[in-house]
Design a protein around this ligand. Structure first.
Ligand SMILES: Cc1cc2nc3c(=O)[nH]c(=O)nc-3n(C[C@H](O)[C@H](O)[C@H](O)COP(=O)(O)OP(=O)(O)OC[C@H]3O[C@@H](n4cnc5c(N)ncnc54)[C@H](O)[C@@H]3O)c2cc1C
Length: 406
């Protein structure tokens, strides 16, 4: 069975960037990327945005064309799931009975969508959005869908709701918490997005629990809420987070739990094994050093680059400022920093103009910004977050003064 200098498990954002960055760092050893999806690495964010909307074909969301990988000698072993790791022999085993040796292993497997456990969760027409295949299945059904229920008011649920509403579908969005985006954003932002979705015809229901999914002839026909109400639907989209895909690594003895624990170079507790991206549990300077997982393209790419440099013998450590974006309707949200743990939030600009920012403070320091159609605030606010600037709330609230002057 074949051996490689670097085996990368997971052909997604982190896996692709690790291979790209290794070659950029002049690493000339052999590299194999093992991915369980059949496709070359592609961008995942468009799956709930432009790709789902039919505005971008698949070839335009490929991270690199096939020729790029061939020219750089990166072997793509696709359609293969890694099921076990032997950290002593330095080998990974795949579901099709093959095994591959590594000098360095980079674990970049992301996560699987969390699924409902209630009755009816496996009916046809109940979808999650993580892969191209997921999005394709939804798109193939859309012509026969008039009413859709989206379960989960996080970014992916809201983005999918926006696309379906734009298609003229009757959309009901169910959120268990009292507001959408409750885990990631301050209340003014939640209320703004709830109002935007309602203005576009989405029936946003807050603080509601799902009892079960109802079906007819094996296909979804609606969702029954805990209070007995039935919301009829031909399609249900479940966006309730992910479960990190780390079982083979934890089984092999890697430290972790909800994710694989890594240090500043993204090394796991297993010799020569690194983990990056959605599945990497790392101490984050922008979360007061707490061990967290970040689910963003930025994090996957930046951690991949740190690992590539480390393997290539260069000094590198992960301390990037987190950033993220979300597109819904004509609204471009850009976030920088991590707002969790904030003790004050300052509104900058008027949400009624559909261009504003929310600046988050902790003990007087700027820790994060959410900027809606406010690119300047996003670009200039990043410096405030990076430096942990202390700025008076009244000044931050004055949208006539550019953030760069603060
Ligand atoms: C619909 C959607 C919209 C998003 N929108 C945004 C956005 O707007 N902005 C943003 O910053 N982020 C967004 N994200 C998050 C972003 O896509 C992820 O953070 C990013 O893809 C993480 O990269 P990764 O390499 O860790 O995992 P992934 O890109 O998920 O790649 C992991 C790959 O590993 C494969 N794999 C898993 N287990 C195995 C195994 N045992 N063997 C082989 N292969 C395996 C998976 O199938 C997958 O192909 C979005 C995600 C989704 C799903």
């Amino acid at each position: 069975m074949q051996d490689y200098d670097v085996v990368i498990v997971g052909a997604g954002h982190g896996g692709a960037q690790a291979a790209i960055a290794l070659r950029q760092a002049k690493f000339d050893g052999t590299i194999a990327v093992i991915g369980d999806e059949p496709d070359l690495p592609y961008e995942r964010p468009p799956l709930s945005k432009e790709y789902l909307a039919g505005d971008k074909p698949f070839d335009r969301i490929l991270i690199r064309p096939a020729s790029f990988w061939q020219e750089r000698g990166v072997e793509m072993l696709l359609g293969r799931e890694v099921t076990a790791v032997d950290p002593v022999a330095h080998r990974v085993m795949t579901a099709d009975g093959k095994s591959f040796g590594y000098r360095h292993l980079i674990w970049a497997t992301g996560g699987a969508p969390r699924r409902l456990t209630c009755a009816g969760h496996d009916l046809a027409g109940v979808h999650t959005v993580r892969t191209r295949a997921d999005a394709d299945r939804m798109m193939a059904e859309l012509a026969h869908v008039e009413r859709a229920v989206v379960i989960g008011g996080g970014y992916i649920g809201l983005e999918a709701a926006a696309v379906l509403a734009k298609f003229g579908k009757q959309v009901t969005l169910l959120e268990a918490l009292p507001r959408v985006l409750a885990r990631v954003a301050g209340e003014p932002l939640s209320r703004f997005y709830e109002a935007e979705h309602r203005a576009s015809g989405v029936d946003v229901r807050l603080g509601v629990a799902v009892d079960c999914i109802l079906g007819r002839d094996g296909r979804v026909s609606g969702v029954r809420l805990a209070d007995g109400e039935i919301v009829p639907a031909e399609m249900v989209i479940v966006g309730i987070g992910i479960v990190p895909a780390v079982a083979p690594l934890l089984d092999a003895g890697a430290a972790g739990g909800s994710g694989v624990a890594v240090d500043a170079q993204c090394r796991t507790s297993l010799a020569d094994v690194f983990a990056i991206g959605d599945c990497a549990l790392h101490a984050n300077a922008y979360a007061d050093g707490a061990a967290i997982r970040l689910e963003s393209v930025q994090n996957a790419n930046d951690q991949a680059t740190v690992v590539a440099k480390t393997i290539a013998g260069q000094d590198a450590a992960y301390h990037a400022v987190p950033w993220f974006w979300s597109n819904q309707y004509d609204l471009k949200l850009q976030t920088v920093g991590l707002s969790s743990g904030h003790d004050a939030a300052v509104l900058r600009g008027d949400p009624a103009t559909r261009s504003f920012s929310l600046v988050y403070l902790k003990k007087g320091r700027v820790i994060a910004l959410d900027c809606v159609n406010a690119v300047k605030d996003y670009v200039q606010g990043r410096k405030l977050v990076e430096s942990g600037a202390v700025v008076a709330p009244e000044r931050l609230a004055d949208a006539t003064v550019p953030l760069k002057e603060m």
